[in-house]
Design a protein around this ligand. Structure first.
Ligand code: BGC
Length: 348
């Protein structure tokens, strides 16, 4: 593993970049700014390596990063209706930074913080940690948080999120990588084949808050139970597409909280494949509907609409306000834990 100074923040603090290499065809770059996944290189079927996530060439790109490209999201990933929830009888108020709702941790979430990186002994891994102070962005409790990135010899990238608190709070951390397995971000991801191991998703209201209904995917454009092109039904007539302008919905992964497969993706031309495993109850599937070419990424390529997809394993959106959803509450003495495995390969 190699670590280098990548740049400096405006206040002079040093930003570092760490390069991980499993020596078997999987490389990743991570940075302590936002505990961010900055790059993932994998081979195609002819062995040609390419970077398969969106990002910026310079670390300064991540300082504004309005679309949360590659970042760790916290303290609560996704939306909380009206930025309000009740915890142990007290109302907590958070910034409404997405229309009427709170999104991805607020004005300055975990993605905009400098973390402390610690290379892990004897493995290709780095652990980032930070304490989110009591009251940060309106969330109660000092939250001791860590995010560990690790490459395995089996061409897996593992991410482990952990957190503890000294006051009852809510936690929902996620990684916000934008994938394009072709390795060419100027191409839309509509050709990627996707399977999601889910038979129900959460429809949303006009502000992207779940209505509370669990809707079967059967017979809808949301059915990815068998490998289907991402774009084959993305422009279908479905009222749910009008809200998010494409897929921007939470899929329920069924009962159980052990590590299990959530999705598989295959890019037909390169042959690159990726499986996603998680211990979370579901994930947000987002087809980069809000990217509009206004920002420039690696190699000078603008981020265009649908040039990537996100599979964000996490708790359901607005879970602090929806009694039927798994609870995001973390109490003193408990440990929040969230594991993801991205497993890479090539199709025969
Ligand atoms: C959300 C989108 C949002 C995007 C921001 C995703 O996690 O589901 O609605 O626009 O993050 O980059």
């Amino acid at each position: 593993m190699e670590s280098d100074v990548w740049g400096r923040m405006e206040d002079g603090r040093v930003v570092r970049r760490y390069e991980l290499d499993n020596g078997k065809g999987l490389k990743a770059a991570v940075t302590d700014f936002g505990a961010t996944l900055a790059g993932v290189e994998t081979p195609d079927r002819s062995g040609r390596m390419a970077d398969v996530i969106l990002g910026y060439d310079a670390c300064e790109g991540w300082f504004s990063n309005p679309s949360y490209i590659g970042s760790t999201i916290g303290r609560y990933a996704n939306r909380i209706s009206k930025g309000r929830f009740v915890l142990e009888g007290a109302t907590c108020s958070l910034a409404c930074n997405n229309g009427p709702n709170h999104l991805h941790g607020g004005q300055e979430g975990f993605d905009k913080k400098l973390w402390t990186g610690t290379p892990q002994e004897g493995v290709e891994g780095v652990r980032f940690s930070r304490i989110s102070p009591d009251g940060e962005e309106g969330y109660p409790g000092n939250l001791q948080t860590s995010v560990t990135y690790l490459l395995t010899a089996e061409n897996e990238l593992g991410i482990l999120f952990e957190a503890t608190t000294d006051r009852t709070t809510i936690v929902n951390l996620c990684n916000h990588a934008y994938w394009n397995l072709s390795g060419d971000p100027s191409r839309p991801v509509t050709n990627h084949l996707l399977r999601i191991d889910s038979d129900a998703y959460l429809p949303v209201d006009g502000t992207s808050i779940p209505t509370g209904e669990r809707r079967p995917v059967e017979g809808t454009p949301f059915d990815f139970r068998t490998l289907m092109p991402v774009g084959s039904r993305i422009d279908a007539e479905d009222e749910q597409f009008r809200v998010g302008n494409g897929y921007d919905h939470y899929y329920l992964l069924g009962p159980g909280r052990g590590l299990r497969r959530a999705a598989k993706v295959m890019e037909p031309e390169s042959g690159r494949t990726m499986e996603v495993l998680t211990d979370q109850p579901g994930m947000q599937f987002y087809t980069a509907n809000h990217l509009n070419g206004g920002e420039i990424g690696k190699g000078g390529v603008p981020f265009q609409r649908r040039c990537a997809f996100c599979l964000e394993t996490q708790l359901p959106p607005d879970s602090p306000n929806q009694p039927g959803f798994p609870s995001p509450v973390l109490r003193p003495g408990e440990t929040y834990r969230h594991q993801i495995v991205f497993r890479f390969g090539v199709a025969e």
